[in-house]
Design a binder for this molecule. Structure first.
Ligand code: PEP
Ligand code: MN
Length: 708
């Protein structure tokens, strides 16, 4: 070595010392972040006590601008500082919202462990999402994998799990229909969301060159999302597998280095595999949004930036979708998603799945939803929940965006109100998702059913038919479905007479438990078969809440019988399904009570209600009931809902049915429901009021000269 002043090269001992210093600095940063978080928690206490907003966007903007300036003075890049503190602020906002939600929902579950259901196995993306969402309660959350989304959802429905985590959309593949179906068909509520960056890696048992890999296992979606990478390796055979984590596990179990899996980094860690290559998806921006579901909605403070998800079906009217969107715009609700899917059982009609920024606890949002019911035939709110993405959920990216008149979502502090449909004021939902009470609003016991709410007649679509708004729909068939032979003969007679809908009781509300109770589901199957055979939609009564879903899948119209007109739990249940409901007037009920009963259904979201006058109890003994024909025009003056008449139960005597059916047509009913039996004398129920097929054909002929 000469005398030149060359810098002494760093020795490995020096490097180790530098690294130690770096590690110390990193620990200091972590300590500072943890201290900052603790402080943020304490600030929430103050904000909550004083009812202050969670976010002060002006302060956030000023803070970031100051930090950028101070960073510059220390030689730090402005963009880097802005992004870094953007993340830090976003974390604080999330933490405060999280703490507030948890505090306001503390009664939901005890202090002990709770189960979180997801579809997949340890190391799957769903498990990652679940772990991320419940990170704040990691010591209590017991994550449990199920084979399918539906099984995970069922576990929550049965209360075997407190929460479920289900994928709902992917930025490459689009919406996940199974999850939407689960939300539509069950009573589960969305209580949260998690957005996961799906970062696919190629993983194997040993560090081998890619050229040695011969088979790649993964879920078909993951294989598709990495198709570019796989096509560039012609020696590789892609093999579909149940899910990404199971593929990783199989690669581990087989121990074959020529076999690899596409899975997450976490799955590789879980199964002790090597990452052969990361970031192999065709599109680097591959995100999956998961929803967290629970048995009941959460209480949300109006200060928390929320997203609300719902499904609706528009009425069969021109421009209905456009008018729906106009209502949302009028109420300043920012739509973040709108997607259509075929409506189950109604070919060529569509359900619309929508997300908007807002909280159903906000009276403005409730007003918008209420206005929507004038246009939609069905509306179901899946839930309002703290938004993980989008405006209001994050700190603004660039300092110059902050503070400049950005409106705070839900800008007034308020009491957390649980979500539901646009219920009348004073009505809330208690624990377990059940409505707590119904306080008649100042406007009267019904509102959505009123003409003031919707002046045009509602038309309820049943297959190709419209009930309401001018036509006369004929529903006919036996009181009870008794046998295949009987219901097929009845269906043929209805069709031949020119009837439109086949009726038949399967679950019978009999006065005595010793009378024929109906054939139940066996009868429903026969009724559905007969309806299909003769091209007639079917209507049948549902007696119990538990049967609503199953009967609703088979029947085109669900009937609520006179004896159940004020079975409020049952009314609420049929208010949640997307099926027309035939609501019969109770034999001891006033017209106002009938409308209030309809309101129970409407207020749950189902706007497809047909009212039925079927006779009331009076002192008169010459007839079984007194058919209140005046109910038809009286209802017309009060409601937009279609009104039909059942002359059979109205008088109880076959000989009086034809003249009363003609009266119903003359008074302007939207439909008539008649009991007809192929052999009335053999009928197992209501034999005295059943007319024969011949009489039915005669009645319908005579009616044709009154209407149409
Ligand atoms: C029926 O229609 O089968 C029936 C039982 O009617 P209601 O509920 O009107 O008595
Ligand atoms: Mn009957």
């Amino acid at each position: 070595m000469g005398l030149t002043m060359e810098p002494t090269p760093l020795s490995s001992a020096d490097l180790a010392a530098f690294r130690e210093r770096l590690d110390r600095i990193d620990r200091t940063i972590l300590d500072a972040l943890a201290e900052r978080r603790a402080l943020v928690g304490e600030i929430l206490e103050v904000k909550d006590r004083e009812g202050l907003l969670l976010r002060d966007l002006a302060r956030e903007g000023a803070m970031r601008r100051a930090l950028v300036e101070e960073g510059k003075a220390r030689g730090l890049d402005a963009h880097f500082v802005s992004r870094l503190f953007g993340e830090v602020i976003a974390d604080s906002v999330r933490l405060q919202a999280d703490l507030l939600v948890r505090r306001q929902n503390a009664s939901r579950q005890g202090a002990g462990p709770f189960v979180v259901a997801y579809a997949g196995t340890a190391g799957s993306y769903a498990e990652l999402a679940a772990r991320r969402h419940f990170a704040g309660e990691a010591e209590r959350a017991v994550l449990r994998g199920y084979r399918t989304f539906r099984e995970a959802a069922t576990a929550v429905e049965r209360r075997e799990a407190a929460y479920g985590v289900l994928p709902i959309e992917n930025t490459t593949a689009g919406s996940i229909n199974d999850t939407y179906d689960v939300l539509t068909e069950t009573g589960l509520s969305i209580v949260g969301e998690v957005v996961l960056h799906v970062d696919h890696c190629l993983v194997g048992v040993a560090e081998v060159p890619l050229a040695r890999v011969a088979r790649v296992l993964s879920h078909p979606h993951a294989l598709a999302q990495c198709s570019g990478f796989l096509e560039a390796m012609p020696h590789v055979t892609p093999e579909p597998f149940h899910n990404t984590a199971l593929a990783a596990r199989k690669v581990k179990d087989d121990g074959d280095p020529t076999q690899a899996a596409i899975a997450s980094r976490e799955a590789a860690e879980q199964y002790g595999l090597h990452i052969l290559k990361e970031g192999i998806a065709d599109r680097p921006f591959n995100f999956t949004r998961f929803v967290v579901v629970a048995g009941a909605p959460i209480q949300l403070d109006a200060r928390i930036a929320c997203r609300t998800s719902l499904v609706f079906a528009t009425k069969h009217e021109e421009g209905a979708l456009a008018r729906t969107l106009a209502v949302l715009a009028k109420h300043h609700l920012n739509l973040t998603k709108l997607e259509s899917r075929p409506r189950p059982n109604v070919p060529w009609e569509y359900n619309f799945y929508a997300d908007f920024e807002g909280n159903v606890a906000d009276p403005g949002v409730r007003a918008a939803l209420e206005e929507l019911t004038t246009i939609v035939s069905y509306l179901k709110v899946f839930g309002s929940y703290p938004a993980a993405t989008g405006v209001g959920a994050r700190a603004p990216e660039a300092p110059e965006l902050a503070g400049a008149g950005v409106a705070e979502p839900g800008s007034a502090p308020g009491n957390g109100r649980s979500q539901g449909l646009p219920l009348p004021p004073g009505e809330g939902r208690g624990e377990g998702g059940h409505d707590r009470r119904v306080t008649p609003s100042l406007e009267g016991p019904y509102r959505l059913a009123s003409l003031a709410h919707r002046p045009e007649p509602t038309r309820v679509r049943v297959g190709d038919l419209l009930v309401g708004g001018g036509g006369l729909v004929i529903m006919a068939g036996p009181c009870s479905v008794e046998s295949r032979e009987q219901i097929f003969a009845a269906a043929r007679a209805v069709r031949d007479a020119g009837g439109h809908i086949l009726r038949g009781g399967c679950f019978k509300p009999r006065t005595s438990p010793y009378s024929f109770q109906g054939l139940g589901y066996e009868g429903l199957e026969l009724l559905a078969e007969a309806g299909r055979a003769f091209g007639l939609p079917i209507v049948t009564e549902v007696l119990a809440e538990v049967d609503v879903g199953r009967v609703g899948r088979e029947a085109d119209i669900l009937q609520i019988g006179a004896r159940n007109m004020q079975n409020f739990a049952l009314l609420r249940e049929v208010g949640k399904v997307d099926r027309p409901i035939l609501l019969k007037r109770g034999m001891m009920s006033s017209i106002e009570e009938l409308l209030a009963a309809a309101e129970y259904i409407l207020s749950q979201g189902n706007q497809q209600v047909i009212l039925c006058e079927r006779g009331i109890r009076t002192f008169e003994t010459a007839t079984r009931n007194t058919l209140d024909i005046s109910a038809v025009p009286a209802l017309r003056e009060r409601t937009h809902l279609p009104v039909i008449v059942d002359p059979s139960h109205g008088c109880g005597r076959a000989s009086l049915v034809p003249p009363l059916a003609r009266a119903a047509a003359a008074v302007g009913a939207d439909g008539i429901m008649i009991e007809m039996h192929p052999r009335p004398e053999e009928a197992l129920s209501d034999a005295d009021q059943a007319i024969t097929p011949t009489v039915l054909a005669d009645v319908l002929r005579s009616i044709a000269s009154i209407r149409r």
